[in-house]
Design a protein around this ligand. Structure first.
Ligand code: 5AD
Ligand code: SF4
Length: 514
């Protein structure tokens, strides 16, 4: 449903808000408000028009709604979710709410959830359970569940049935509706459910409260049309739709003007950027080529899909400057057969060829990846192909996961003959390799001078500063507090498996854009 359809469907919410929470038949929520995640429906996407809404405003009637009230948002999952939280915080502030760091102090609590694996979901259900006592003590407290889990029919059903004290459930496409959702929750005694399944909108101009003033996230696109067989994201985040380049460029310029040192372009599959434009031929390579001319020291992007990673992008990244020499390139498996079952749409050989091209163009590149082990029926040989690919590419780090079946995805229907102990043992073997190669990559820094963007004091010791290199290596070092927020040179004195220790040598001159 897009914004236009929503307006046409406005009666739907009114009808639902008169339903009693205790009603046993929950199906009506899905008939009327929600199109539950459906592979069949989702795959039909692509023909719908992307709706651009550029004039987001807080409706006058809601202004001041938050005066004297505080909000608390707990975020699970990926950077996209973190950034959504920044937008929701921006909306809360625009409504007059103040932020608080404790749930006890809050008048509204939101759980911004992740659906990627079962354990992520279990954590959230645990937290909803914990919050029950607080909700009982403070009946005026509003408790909301949003983010990716809210996009799943089974989750919404479970909350409606088991956690009836939850006041609001809203989806990833409904964030801009937060003022209306809060308003309705204050007025009605029933749970407010607003989740749209198929979404074609891009909403600009949303307020944001960024978490820091050194690094910032910038959305370049939303959704995913890849439909890897294990993945819930195409359902929870909707179809691929790109923000217009001029909007992105303007946002990055503003961030640069405000003194931000690093931006990360965000999308579930950033390499598909621009594919949905019908009026212009414009891809991620074109965007990066324009952004690199902006006076901001560091630009990154995440997450890439190898299938859409084109030569033009490689050519642009090779120009270096403020485009960082680190690429996160999820491979998922080293076996062509498993990749086929995963519907990744590339083979081991094609992936290795892409890596070869990237390394030829950017010899100093650091590659990192995501890997799933224990895919349904993965054989020992297929797993070993993952190990051998890992060594062959020479990744510097990886996020590794045991496959977790997600309801509604094709892989969840597959029979699986791999016992959990075997999956765990494979994960352990892979992690040993990941640690080995990470330590090796770190060792090369011993005695070297690296450029570090200083983010603040180290978590464990306020006398030590911490920041990241261009390849995203964590560096803890001694230096003056005035270095915070700047890019400085640090001499590495000790290399550990996951971080480096050093001492500051000097501040870096402002960047010259080539
Ligand atoms: N089970 C395990 N890992 C998954 N990922 C995505 N879906 C699943 C799943 N069902 C991993 C992939 C992806 C990363 C964000 O999470 O490796 O790249
Ligand atoms: Fe989790 Fe994926 Fe949603 Fe991010 S987009 S919060 S990883 S399910």
């Amino acid at each position: 449903m897009n914004e236009q359809q929503r307006i046409e469907n406005q009666q739907v919410n009114a009808a639902n808000s008169s339903d009693k929470k205790s009603a046993k038949d929950y199906s009506k929520y899905f008939e009327r408000v929600i199109t539950a995640p459906s592979l069949k429906d989702a795959k039909k996407r692509g023909k719908e028009e992307v709706n651009y809404q550029n004039d987001f405003k807080i409706p006058e009637e809601f202004q001041g709604m938050g005066n004297g009230r505080k909000f608390y948002i707990r975020t699970y999952g990926c950077q996209m979710n973190e950034h959504d939280t920044e937008v929701m915080a921006g909306i809360f502030m625009a409504l007059g709410y103040e932020p608080t760091e404790t749930v006890e102090d809050a008048n509204v609590i939101l759980l911004n959830t992740c659906a990627i694996r079962e354990n992520a979901e279990n954590k959230v259900f645990g937290e909803i359970g914990h919050l029950k006592s607080l909700k009982m003590e403070k009946p005026d407290l509003l408790l909301g569940v949003c983010g990716c889990m809210s996009q799943e029919e089974s989750v919404v059903n479970k909350i409606l049935r088991t956690y009836q004290y939850v006041d609001m459930i809203f989806g990833t496409h409904n964030i801009h509706r937060l003022p209306n959702i809060l308003h309705e929750a204050y007025l009605s005694k029933e749970m407010v459910v607003e989740v749209w399944s198929k979404e074609g909108d891009v909403i600009e101009n949303l307020p944001k409260v960024r978490r820091g003033n050194i690094k910032a996230w910038v959305n370049i696109m939303y959704g995913c049309d890849k439909f890897c067989t294990y993945c819930i994201v195409p359902f929870t985040r909707g179809k691929e739709r790109s923000r217009r380049p001029e909007e992105i460029i303007q946002e990055v310029r503003q961030l640069a003007a405000h003194g931000y040192q690093e931006i990360t372009l965000l999308g579930q599959n950033v390499n598909a950027y621009g594919k949905d434009f019908t009026d212009i031929q414009y891809g991620l390579g074109d965007l990066m080529d324009e952004l690199r001319k902006i006076d901001i020291p560091r630009i990154r992007f995440t997450t890439s899909h190898p299938r859409d990673f084109d030569d033009h992008l490689i050519e642009v990244l090779a120009k270096g400057g403020n485009l960082m020499n680190h690429i996160h390139l999820p491979v998922q498996s080293g076996s062509t057969d498993v990749l086929k079952i995963m519907a990744r749409k590339y083979s081991r050989e094609q992936y290795l060829e892409l890596v070869r091209k990237i390394k030829a163009a950017i010899p100093d590149v650091a590659l990192t990846t995501d890997i799933i082990v224990g895919y349904p029926n993965e054989t020992e040989e297929q797993f070993e192909e993952t190990l051998s690919l890992y060594r062959e590419v020479g990744y510097e780090s990886a996020y590794t996961f045991i496959y977790s079946p997600r309801e509604g995805t094709p892989a969840a229907q597959m029979k699986d003959n791999v016992p959990m102990e075997v999956k765990k043992e494979r994960l352990q073997r892979l992690n040993n390799l990941v640690n080995e190669l990470s330590a090796e990559a770190m060792k090369k820094y011993q005695g070297q001078v690296v450029e570090v963007l200083v983010e603040g004091e180290s978590k464990n010791n306020p006398d030590v500063l911490a920041g990241y290199t261009s390849k995203n290596k964590l560096v803890n070092f001694t230096g003056p507090k005035t270095a915070i927020g700047k890019i400085v040179k640090v001499k590495i004195t000790e290399a550990k498996t996951w971080s480096l220790n050093g001492e500051m040598v000097e501040e870096l001159k402002p960047l010259e854009v080539k």
